[in-house]
Design a protein around this ligand. Structure first.
Ligand code: ATP
Length: 229
């Protein structure tokens, strides 16, 4: 493992209109690991990702990117290697799959290696792809930009189980190739199966953290205590 994390937050707080939603968070993501961020609806998972990405200003603590404190917004961090996979499919329907991949700048081939099922769809307009294929393309677009760190927010919302497995295994493969991943996912058991570590948020605070395999082994207790609102 490299000496320094790609991304680290210390005592980070963030919220909306002066009202803190997440408080006093310490977390880090290193190259090559998948880290899951778990929590009930409203616990603050999306808020955490937005604050880490610099979309939402932090109100306390700090966020360091490659060891350097940064308040730079997302478009600047994207250039510095941060990729954000949004909750909803983000493809341009009138462009083909390949044209969508090229929008990410960088290297479509790198993304197609991780998601080869897009190869037969390259000439098809993205608007004609299924919902699952559009989300696969959304992930591929972000990967094409060859980020060092991926922040993924509930990629699998409303998708069939097979597609969810594909997205999660592609994320695992991306990490195995050296990318760091922080992932929010409702399907806790599935995400823990591909994650190395996890943080569990409750009401805006990290209440539990540990190895994914260890947390998966006590999932019932964790769901009852932390993940049910
Ligand atoms: P979910 O799984 O439902 O998406 P979450 O864990 O991602 O939940 P957040 O979306 O981060 O939670 O929301 C945390 C809290 O912040 C909630 O109480 C929510 O109502 C509040 N919140 C979210 N977005 C805003 C906003 N734009 N303005 C004000 N409050 C917000």
């Amino acid at each position: 493992q490299p000496a320094q994390p790609l991304l680290s937050a210390s005592s980070m707080s963030a919220g909306y209109g002066g009202v803190p939603v997440v408080r006093d968070m310490d977390l880090e993501v290193r190259a090559g690991e998948v880290v899951a961020l778990l929590g009930a609806n409203g616990a603050g998972k999306t808020t955490t990702l937005l604050a880490l990405a610099g979309v939402l200003p932090i109100s306390g603590g700090e966020v360091a990117w490659l060891g350097r404190t940064s308040r730079a917004p997302l478009h600047l961090r994207a250039r510095a290697g941060l990729g954000f996979v949004p909750e909803s499919r983000a493809v341009i329907p009138s462009l083909t799959t390949m044209e969508n991949l090229r929008l990410g700048r960088g290297d479509p081939e790198a993304a197609l290696e991780l998601l080869p099922e897009l190869k037969p769809l390259l000439k098809r307009r993205a608007g004609l792809l299924s919902g699952g294929e559009q989300q696969i393309l959304t992930l591929a677009r972000v990967l094409a930009a060859q980020p060092r760190l991926l922040l993924a927010d509930e990629m699998s919302l409303g998708l069939a189980p097979m597609i969810v497995q594909r997205l999660l295994s592609a994320v695992r493969d991306a990490a195995n190739s050296g990318i760091g991943v922080l992932i929010v996912e409702q399907q806790v058991r599935n995400v823990l199966a591909v994650a190395d570590r996890a943080y569990v948020l409750r009401r805006g605070k990290i209440e539990l953290e540990g190895k994914a395999a260890e947390l998966a082994g006590r999932l019932e207790e964790i769901e009852a205590t932390y993940l049910t609102g």
